[in-house]
Design a protein around this ligand. Structure first.
Ligand code: DHB
Length: 394
């Protein structure tokens, strides 16, 4: 017989969604076990997006999950949209009095892991979930293999799939890994990290005749930049000089400050929303439930919003035996998920060129961008969506 661990909530996945959920549940006195197939080092070093919505920052801080975010993170009160050779600032502070923070996802993960371990959380790295069993009963189980290959099981009152788009939970809830609404994009992002001073104080999202580029930052000495590339591109296919040429051409009007490029990656992306987010005692959150294209940096923020809704529903279910909120969880979460899906799709379409983009489409895109930057309503919509709609009940 494999070892069986008994807990209240079994959480598959130690990404932002799984770790934050276990942190908030613990604050309410609900114990959980978190497992992840990856090592701690790999989780803490994987490069992801860097923008946190204001609500995400407030929650990380007020819940004690991260005390560093406001100290080491950088508050940004606007972004620049660049097109037709002109830059247009969207002033979040002036439009709606809100802001975002540049604080990379892996820093959030370091904070969350440290906070969980300091509180004695049962957090197992290198432990892979193989399948979920008895999902239709009140004692669902996660069948797992530990870092040494030994089988074990977690028996819980509730199982949460926070194991990303390639995890086992999505298929367990929807019936298949592809069980959702989805959309592909005929391009990808080429991302670089370089050692250089910032080229701009705020992020630049640029629509250029040569395609999209995003000029982001990491610190005074490290910068993050992306440019639109082919899905089949290879990181090794470009010399450093060619990478700077590609980036530079796409932000006409700005001279980028160049420096050694020490990391390159290609991000292939899609839009996806699972057909089902709940199957009796198993729920999906974060990338297991949905993925968004990176334009607008909604991925982790959307995971945080799922957690807020699910955590409250689990408290009602596990502490008061009230199942109304858990039954309402999918509809409550999906409202924001589809707003964020729309925003990410819209930003992506407005800023990228596709092989099919006609002259008409190109001119229409510029008209769309002008509609946004020259209208108070347009700028306000972008500012609201980018900084994040209020989190339910916070
Ligand atoms: C970053 C990534 C994004 O997708 C985005 O919209 C903004 C910033 C980043 O990695 O810095």
């Amino acid at each position: 017989m494999p070892d069986t661990i008994r807990t209240r909530v079994a959480i598959i996945g130690a990404g932002p969604a799984g770790l934050l959920l276990s942190h908030l549940l613990a604050a309410s006195g609900i114990e959980s076990v978190v497992i992840d197939a990856r090592t701690r080092e790999s989780i803490e070093s994987t490069i992801r997006a860097g923008i946190l919505e204001q609500g995400t920052v407030e929650l990380l801080e007020s819940s004690g999950a991260s005390s560093r975010v406001r100290i080491d993170g950088n508050r940004h009160e606007g972004i620049e949209l660049r097109f037709a050779g002109e830059g247009h600032r969207i002033d979040f502070a002036a439009q709606i009095g809100r802001a975002v923070w540049l604080y990379p996802q892996h820093e959030v993960l370091k904070d969350l892991i440290a906070a969980r371990l300091a509180e004695g959380q049962d957090l197992r790295f290198g432990a892979r979930a193989e399948r979920i069993e008895d999902a239709d009963t009140d004692r669902p189980r996660v069948v797992c293999v530990d870092a040494d290959g030994a089988p074990f099981e977690i028996e819980a009152d509730f199982v949460v799939g926070a194991d990303g788009s390639r995890g086992v939970a999505r298929a367990a809830v929807t019936g298949s890994r592809a069980g959702g609404y989805s959309r592909e994009y005929p391009f990808a992002w080429f991302g670089i990290l370089c050692e250089a001073p910032p080229s701009s104080q705020e992020l630049i999202y640029s629509n250029s005749p040569d395609g999209f580029a995003l000029i982001s930052q990491r610190s005074d000495i490290v910068q993050r930049m992306y440019f639109q590339c082919d899905r089949e591109d290879d990181t090794a296919a470009y010399t450093e000089e060619q990478l700077w040429e590609e980036l530079q051409r796409r932000v006409p009007g700005t001279t980028l400050k160049e420096g050694p490029i020490f990391q390159r990656d290609i991000l292939r992306f899609r839009s996806f929303v699972a057909h089902r987010l709940l199957d009796n005692r198993v729920a999906l959150i974060g990338d297991a439930a949905h993925t968004v294209p990176p334009t607008g940096a909604k991925g982790m923020n959307l995971a945080v919003a799922d957690v807020v809704i699910l955590e409250r529903a689990l408290r009602a279910l596990l502490q008061e035996n009230d199942s109304r909120l858990i039954e309402a969880f999918p509809d409550a979460a999906l409202k924001r998920i589809w707003k964020a899906q729309h925003f990410s799709w819209w930003m992506t379409n407005m800023l990228h060129l596709t092989p099919e983009t006609s002259e008409f489409d190109r001119m229409r895109q510029l008209g769309e961008l002008r509609t946004v930057v020259e209208s108070d309503a347009g700028r306000t919509y972008l500012a609201e969506a980018y900084t994040g709609w209020p989190l339910a009940g916070l």
